[in-house]
Design a protein around this ligand. Structure first.
Ligand SMILES: Nc1ncnc2c1ncn2[C@@H]1O[C@H](COP(=O)(O)OP(=O)(O)OP(=O)(O)O)[C@@H](O)[C@H]1O
Ligand SMILES: [Mg+2]
Length: 282
């Protein structure tokens, strides 16, 4: 059963001069075994939505249900829901508190009563799947590089063996190979049956690895569809602040000259289509 968000709205600081409407009637569904990206410009409501997906925030209006359990102020076992949906924060430091990386990763399963060999297995699995260097297990989590901090944060959530994983801006600060590795990891976890949600302002990365993409603009969902459909939509309905990847701008430019190319970042497909439509050989 999926995570179902229906018509969700959220306003911070209601009734004060600092009141701000972060989400306005957003709907999205996340199934296990699919990778959904939430894309939008800064302040569009991505993190607010992410925090509703694991019941860290309770819906003020609209609804969120996780595998059939509605998230409300009265929900008895919010803790189990938060275990089911692991959330990796936008700033990994926000979730660190332990003295060593091992303790950081061990905390959640230990809290659920996992001990001994089973605990070691949970830690090994999380370290292995995130590609964290095992020699860092005794090091303080604040003392490693930005990319390693992201792996620690991810490993400490994966060690709970969640059914869903929500990653808030996981590629921020990573270099190109770090981004490729993370995309591969998200796809692997998706293929293993997890429902994976990536929050990002990077449309190019989302187009490259997602099954579906939800685009947020000023707290509202503007389009939620497969990557090709989202790319097609954005070509005619640009979203302020969302950077169009170069390949989409290139294709849009050619379309303006009546050369219709498929919406793909695959260079060979583009060359084939150009040869076909213009009779030129490259
Ligand atoms: N804890 C909070 N208290 C008050 N306002 C908040 C809070 N968190 C977010 N907001 C406001 O809600 C709106 C949406 O913020 P949110 O952090 O969800 O956006 P975002 O898309 O994640 O942005 P970014 O790309 O910068 O991370 C913004 O106007 C923001 O200022
Ligand atoms: Mg954010």
């Amino acid at each position: 059963m999926p995570i179902v968000v229906k018509d969700l709205s959220c306003t911070y600081n209601v009734g004060t001069p600092a009141q701000s409407e972060a989400l306005r009637g957003v709907s999205v569904t996340v199934e296990r075994g699919e990778l959904v990206s939430i894309v939008g410009h800064t302040g569009s409501g991505k993190s607010t939505l992410a925090q509703h997906l694991n019941a860290l925030l309770i819906p003020q209006s609209g609804s969120v249900s996780i595998d059939g359990v509605a998230v409300t102020g009265e929900t008895k076992d919010l803790r189990s829901l938060r275990r089911k949906v692991g959330l990796v924060f936008q700033y990994p430091e926000q979730q660190f508190f332990a003295d060593t990386i091992r303790e950081e990763i061990a905390f959640a399963p230990q809290n659920w009563g996992v001990l001994g060999q089973e605990l070691d297995d949970c830690i090994d699995m999380a370290v292995l799947s995130t590609g964290l260097d095992p020699s860092l297990l005794g090091v303080n989590p604040f003392a490693v590089s930005g990319g390693q901090k992201r792996r620690v944060a991810l490993a400490s959530v994966l060690s709970m063996r969640p059914d869903y994983l929500v990653l808030d801006e996981p590629i921020a600060g990573l270099d190109a190979s770090g981004i490729r590795e993370l995309n591969r990891l998200m796809i692997k976890l998706r293929d293993e049956g997890l429902g994976v949600v990536q929050v990002t302002h990077d449309l190019e990365s989302a187009l490259g690895c997602s099954d579906r993409i939800l685009v947020l603009e000023n707290g509202s969902g503007t389009v939620c569809d497969r990557p090709e459909q989202v790319a097609e939509y954005l070509l005619s309905n640009p979203v302020t602040g969302l950077v169009m990847p170069p390949f989409l701008r290139f294709i849009a430019g050619l379309r303006g000259r009546n050369i219709n190319l498929p919406l793909t970042s695959n260079i060979n497909e583009i060359i084939d289509k150009l040869e076909e439509t213009r009779g030129c050989v490259f």
